[in-house]
Design a protein around this ligand. Sequence first.
Ligand code: PBG
Length: 324
Amino acid sequence: MPFPIHRPRRLRSSEPIRRLVRETQLTPSSFVLPLFVCPGSGVRREIKSMPGQYQMSIDQIVAECAEVRQLGIGGVILFGIPSRKDEEASENYDPNGIVQRAIRAIKAEAPDLVVITDVCNCEYTSHGHCGKIVNGDVDNDATLEWLAQAALTHAQAGADIVAPSDMMDGRVAAIRRRLDENGFSKVPILSYAAKYASVFYGPFREAAESAPQFGDRRTYQMDPANVLEAMREIELDIEEGADMIMIKPAMPYLDVIRAARERFDTPIAAYQVSGEFSMIHAAARNGWLDLERAMMESLTSIRRAGASIILTYFAKPAARLLGA
Ligand code: PBG
């Protein structure tokens, strides 16, 4: 007869006791802040659907990174908005492309801040797809060359970690080989291993100007209904040489994070994507949710599910709150 001997409420009776028995902790050092870098100087253009997030020119990004470092945030991930897009995603693997220049500028000012790069073509193609179009579909094997070369130019510019997000088959192996052949065997790959064809990327596509001009991404990103397939994607990426794996989006896929945590031993990252961020802001603006509490509860849930690294647009306010 457990009750009245057992009363779980005893351990919830005060904040000091709750803190003592808390199972999940958030730390700024495991947050990664996504940043959008655009041409020009002195540019800080707010993204309408993502309050407090900006497209920033390189000088502004460098200043932002100084603040990020001061807050103890684990790192940044860079997305580029090129000055011109073409069929071949040329600026993605241009050694003087927007991201490559941004990496060099950040590294000159903040050498110890972890700089991750998103390796994908969709921001650089005129059609907005993540690879080379052949007969109306993204051609897997032709796209690998662009990705390998983009990752190499990022590493040459000083990126600490490269993170392919395109969902082409074999990209991790192709990138690993290209990096190793060129003396970058020390640069880790964080693979977006289980990336779903999600509606929650909507605001990002405004931010990165990367919406596909025809069709959608369902022939390469995963079906939201599948979890076994996610395990297979992760397994293949680890076999190909991924050092860390990512699940994306985060909150609608907590079961996938948990399943991956139980099965694989690499660090697991989860990306709380633009739509997750914007939904919380929208509800808060309507007075329907408390912004700070919704932010912390959402991050805690992702951590509790098993993610060790969280990519989040909330990195700065959450770090401030944790530091206070
Ligand atoms: C690039 C990429 C996307 C996101 C990260 N990398 C967009 C997409 O696949 O359409 C989404 C991030 C977010 O929504 O915050 N392929």
